[in-house]
Design a protein around this ligand. Structure first.
Ligand code: ATP
Ligand code: MG
Length: 410
């Protein structure tokens, strides 16, 4: 895409009211637009990043057998009453013209349990899992961390259905493995952290926590084996010994990017979601639920990967792979390189302006954080070359134009 055609523009200064690095940099770069506190638009650049993350999540969810679907956000009061969750603080409630009451979807255990009831009869129908990537609504008391905590945000929510605890546990750890892959593919190390089960279950739940000063949580973790507990429940202490490997325990602020819950039979009992076993006896279905916040992930990546000049996207989620800059009136030659890269299916943001200064172009390249910057100038063309720099690394490389494709694909 040509930068001159992108409807957004970068800004030199962050919006005055934003305090978090993710919101400042994403707004300056034109990745997101703040409509209201905790409510953001993903602009074309931000949407590309979000879609890349969603694609990674989809691939890993599909790989463990997750079936993607899309459920409603307008959820009738009867669902919440069945599970005893109508009086939940975070739910936005509304009424339609016929005075029917609804809660805006902030999670979907109730809806999935009811849908599953139509198709699930026998032990032979399980296990299975279904998921969606959907906008969620939560009446969050404070929304100061940019897109880390939205009132409207994206969630990937997966729900699984099992005949017994053993089947649930097997799948639970498969999901944990898939989550590690997802976060790793996004360039992040997520520490799997034990946390108390809230009102869902007496067993531990697990959170996936990314160490960052921007996080709202505090975790204790072993420096050696990464065993970790959320500080709010933990018996471990900073400086102490790891109960698993005797390594040293450290603590740090962290962002929760995902979590997994063993729900047990709470929701299946609420919706009479039962199955018959081999002997024909009836039992409640055992459920699990597993969340990831893709929009929070965008913010987390920015919190972890930025410097004083801007964002440094990992290539796997970057909105474009190459930022191509034309200098000194080299438009004709740059156009050719642009077209050639596109024909090789390399995504390029092409800074094609003939008016903007080199300094402004370099500053945008740094702010937008695209992994590879390619500069075409009269100087480089004298050597039939372009100058290549990786975002976040020092030093340049001169690469012959005819070797460019090979360099980029290696
Ligand atoms: P938190 O502890 O941060 O309030 P949660 O424990 O309520 O989140 P879940 O209800 O399990 O989280 O939601 C699943 C995932 O959705 C979370 O792990 C997080 O990544 C994301 N998420 C939750 N709330 C928000 C929010 N307000 N804004 C953005 N992402 C969110
Ligand atoms: Mg939590």
């Amino acid at each position: 895409m040509k930068l001159s055609q992108l409807f957004t523009k970068t800004e030199k200064l962050p919006p005055a009211e934003e305090v978090s690095a993710n919101a400042q940099l994403l707004e300056r770069g034109g990745f997101i637009y703040k409509n209201n506190s905790g409510i953001y638009t993903f602009l074309p650049l931000g949407w590309r990043v979000l879609q890349n993350i969603n694609q990674i999540i989809r691939e890993e969810m599909d790989a463990i057998g997750g079936q993607e679907m899309q459920m409603p956000s307008l959820i009738n009061k009867r669902y919440w009453e069945a599970s005893g969750r109508w009086e939940v603080d975070v739910m936005y409630k509304l009424q339609d013209a016929n005075k029917h009451e609804y809660g805006l979807g902030w999670t979907h255990e109730e809806v999935t349990a009811e849908i599953a009831k139509r198709y699930l009869q026998s032990y032979k129908d399980m296990p299975f899992s279904l998921y969606q990537i959907q906008t969620k609504f939560r009446n969050e008391a404070r929304a100061k961390s940019g897109i880390l905590r939205g009132r409207e945000f994206l969630m990937k929510d997966l729900y699984s259905f099992h005949p017994d605890e053993a089947s649930l546990n097997e799948f639970y750890w498969q999901v944990a493995e898939a989550y590690h892959k997802i976060f790793k593919r996004c360039g992040l190390e997520a520490i799997i952290t034990e946390a108390s089960g809230g009102d869902f279950t007496k067993e531990y739940t697990h959170e996936f926590q990314v160490l960052s000063e921007a996080g709202e949580d505090e975790i204790l973790y072993c420096e050696k084996c990464r065993y970790s507990q959320n500080a709010s429940i933990s018996q471990m202490a900073k400086g102490g010994k790891c109960p698993k490997c005797e390594g040293k325990i450290n603590s740090g602020k962290a962002i929760e990017v995902g979590n997994i819950f063993r729900l047990g039979t709470r929701f299946s009992k609420a919706f009479n979601l039962n199955y018959t076993d081999e002997q024909g006896a009836e039992h409640p279905v055992v459920m699990g639920s597993y969340g990831i916040g893709p929009s929070r992930l965008v913010g987390t990546i920015v919190e972890v990967f930025h410097d004083d000049k801007g964002i440094i996207w990992p290539a796997s989620v970057a909105p474009f792979q190459v930022y191509l800059i034309s200098l000194d009136g080299t438009r004709v030659e740059s156009d050719k390189i642009y077209k050639k890269l596109l024909s090789k299916k390399i995504s390029v943001l092409y800074d094609d302006s003939e008016e903007r200064s080199a300094g402004a172009k370099f500053a945008d390249a740094d702010l937008l954080g695209i992994p590879v910057r390619i500069v075409v100038s009269t100087k480089t063309l004298k050597e039939d070359s372009v100058e290549i720099k990786r975002r976040g690394a020092d030093g340049f490389e001169l690469v012959k134009i005819k070797e460019l494709e090979g360099w980029l694909t290696k």
